[in-house]
Design a protein around this ligand. Sequence first.
Ligand SMILES: [Zn+2]
Length: 55
Amino acid sequence: MTQTEGPFTCEMCDATVTMRDARRSKPMGDLDPMAWQTLCCPHCGSRLRTVYVGG
Ligand SMILES: [Zn+2]
């Protein structure tokens, strides 16, 4: 698995969000929340990326 460090560009508000600044939430679907986290834009709340954080 490749862990993406960012930064990420939000497609909704064009903000550049670093891994540190991103709001984290549980992933969608049946992904293991201990191994995967969804990164969300702290400005508009749009989902940026789902990343592997280890299990
Ligand atoms: Zn945004």
